[in-house]
Design a protein around this ligand. Structure first.
Ligand SMILES: O=C[C@H](O)COP(=O)(O)O
Length: 250
């Protein structure tokens, strides 16, 4: 039985003071949840959030990291720095990184390998644009993202990988994929993982859905057999709405 993982990606929102306020308000609201919980603040808020959550059931993720451990890479953040402040996960390949910063499957694959070498949980985001969906080729695009992004990742290392399916057309648009649309892709992704590893290994992988998840639609999505959690943007910025998502099954 796979556990449900609800993760909040705060993106470029919340100053460190606001992040402190948000996490302090959230902690008591989610302390009895049976689900796994991750929050992903911006880099400058990571130390305060990691410190305030260290004895709690909330884990902390970065929203990105560099593809090498150290060096002359102005403006980047290393896996070693994340580990040093108590970060335990990292979101990689988010569509905003792919679109705004031209991140490719190959680069993301390097980052995933490095994160796994350092025992970070890698939340690997995949998903199609509206154009790709309408072209009818979206499943093969997602297949390539999975195969190239996870190239050379061993079955053992895969235990520390979560896949987040985020249709780009549903991110921040209020246009959520229907349970059926999401389930179709999740089942497809599990099939691709099954062909790369084995069906038994694929069965254990957590596959989250992301894209306009809110307290009204979360139950329908989480009720699907291959949807094992949510990667949430907008609705993770308020303690009450994120807590309602985390506690959707209470
Ligand atoms: O990482 C989170 C996603 O991009 C979803 O964002 P959203 O919930 O604001 O649509």
């Amino acid at each position: 039985m796979r556990k449900t993982l609800i993760a909040g990606n705060w993106k470029m929102n919340k100053t460190p003071s606001e992040a402190k306020e948000l996490i302090n308000a959230l902690l008591p609201l989610v302390k009895d949840s049976s689900n796994d919980i991750i929050v992903a603040p911006n880099f400058v808020s990571l130390p305060i959030v990691a410190s305030l959550t260290q004895d709690s059931n909330i884990k902390v993720a970065a929203q990105n990291m560099a593809d090498i451990e150290a060096g002359a890479v102005t403006g980047e953040t290393s896996v070693l720095m994340l580990k040093d402040i108590g970060v335990s996960a990292v979101i990689l390949g988010h569509s905003e990184r792919r679109q705004i910063f031209q991140e490719t499957n190959k680069l993301i694959n390097k980052k995933i390998s490095l994160a796994l070498q350092h025992d970070l949980l890698a939340i690997y985001c995949v998903g199609e644009t509206l154009e790709e969906r309408e072209s009818g080729k979206f499943l093969s695009i997602i297949e390539a993202q999975i195969k190239e992004g996870l190239d050379s990742i061993s079955a053992d290392a895969l235990k520390n990988v979560v896949i987040a399916y985020e249709p780009v057309w549903a991110i921040g648009t209020g246009k959520v994929a229907t349970g059926e649309q999401a389930e179709e892709v999740h089942a497809y992704i599990r099939g691709v993982l099954g062909s790369m590893y084995s069906p038994a290994i694929a069965e254990k992988v957590i596959i989250q859905y992301g894209g306009s998840v809110n307290p009204e639609n979360v139950k329908e999505l989480m009720g699907k057999p291959n949807i094992d959690g949510a990667l949430v943007g907008g609705a993770s910025l308020k303690p009450d709405s994120f807590a309602a998502l985390v506690n959707y099954n209470k």
